[in-house]
Ligand binder design. Structure first.
Ligand SMILES: C[S@@+](CC[C@H](N)C(=O)[O-])C[C@H]1O[C@@H](n2cnc3c(N)ncnc32)[C@H](O)[C@@H]1O
Length: 236
C-alpha cells in the first residue's frame, strides 16, 4: 500500500540518524553533573513546556548553535571568549554532556545551554526561523564507507534547513578531517546562491582562532589527515 504521507507529497520525518550513541562509562563527577546541574543547563524540559523561546528573547545578543559538541571543548572556549553571546550546544553523548556541565559550573560560564535531542529534529521543530547568528559543526561523524554516507549530517537537506534558521548574514562553519566530506559540502555551498564563501580564494577557510583544538581533530591529525574549515555566510 502506498505511504499516505508520500502520496500526499508530505516530506516523511527525517529517520536516518547521523549518530550512533558512543559507548563510554559515566565518571562519578559526570553523573553528579547530570543529577545536579541539568536544571540549570539543559533546555529539554523547556522544549516540552513551551518556554524555550526565552533563549532567543534578548535581541541585542548573538545566538550560536553548536551541533555535536562532543565533550564541549569548543563550546566552552567560545562561550568564555564571547561572554555577551548566547550559545546552545546539542549532543547525545551523555558523558560529554556531563563533562561540559561540570566545566561550565566550575568556570562560572553562564551563556551556554544544552540540548540532548537529535539536531535534525531540534532544527526542524524547535529553532525559530531566522534566529541564529551562527551554526557550528566541528568534526561531524564522517561515515567514511560509501554505503553509510547517507548518514552524514551535512548534506543538501541540512543546508536547506539551516538556510531557514540562520539570520541574514549568519554564518555556517564546519570543520572536518575527511577530505571527501569537506569537498562535497564545499561544492554544495558554492553552488547555492544564498551562501557566500568567506574564504578569500573561494576554497577552504583558514582556521579561525575561536575554534578550539578538539579530541576529534587530534585524532584526525594522528591519522595524518588534513583539516578543512568551511565558512559561509547566509545572504538570501
Ligand atoms: C566525531 S564527534 C565530534 C565531537 C566534537 N565536535 C569534537 O570536535 O571533538 C561528533 C559528535 O556529534 C554528535 N552527533 C552526531 N549527530 C548528531 C545529531 N544529529 N544530534 C546531536 N549530536 C549529534 C555525536 O554524538 C558525536 O559526539
Amino acid at each position: 500500500m502506498m505511504n499516505t504521507a508520500l502520496s500526499q507529497g508530505i516530506q516523511p520525518e527525517h529517520t536516518i540518524k547521523s549518530f550512533v550513541k558512543r559507548s563510554g562509562r559515566l565518571t562519578q563527577s559526570q553523573q553528579q553533573a547530570l543529577d545536579n546541574l541539568s536544571t540549570k543547563y539543559l533546555i529539554d524540559k523547556r522544549l516540552e513546556d513551551g518556554t524555550f523561546s526565552q533563549f532567543f528573547e534578548e535581541k541585542l545578543q548573538r545566538h550560536y548553535l553548536e551541533i555535536g559538541f562532543g565533550n564541549g571543548q569548543s563550546l566552552l572556549h567560545m562561550a568564555q571568549s564571547h561572554p555577551f553571546d548566547q550559545f546552545l550546544g546539542i549532543e547525545v553523548h551523555t558523558p560529554g554532556i556531563g563533562q561540559l556541565m561540570n566545566n561550565l559550573h566550575q568556570q562560572t560560564i553562564d551563556n551556554v545551554k544544552i540540548c540532548t535531542k537529535d539536531a535534525a529534529t531540534l532544527l526542524r521543530d524547535d529553532i525559530p526561523n531566522q534566529s541564529l547568528d551562527g551554526i557550528l559543526v566541528f568534526f561531524p561523524d564522517p561515515w567514511p564507507k560509501r554505503k553509510h554516507q547517507k548518514r552524514r549530517l551535512v548534506q543538501q537537506d541540512f543546508i536547506d534547513i539551516i538556510s531557514q534558521k540562520l539570520k541574514t548574514g549568519g554564518m555556517f562553519h564546519m570543520a572536518t578531517d575527511w577530505s571527501d566530506y569537506a569537498k562535497d559540502v564545499l561544492k554544495l555551498l558554492k553552488i547555492n546562491p544564498h551562501f557566500k564563501n568567506m574564504a578569500k580564494n573561494d576554497n577552504f577557510h583558514f582556521r579561525p582562532n575561536y575554534r578550539a583544538h578538539t579530541k576529534f581533530e587530534k585524532r584526525g591529525e594522528k591519522l595524518g589527515h588534513q583539516i578543512f574549515d568551511i565558512i559561509f555566510k547566509y545572504l538570501p
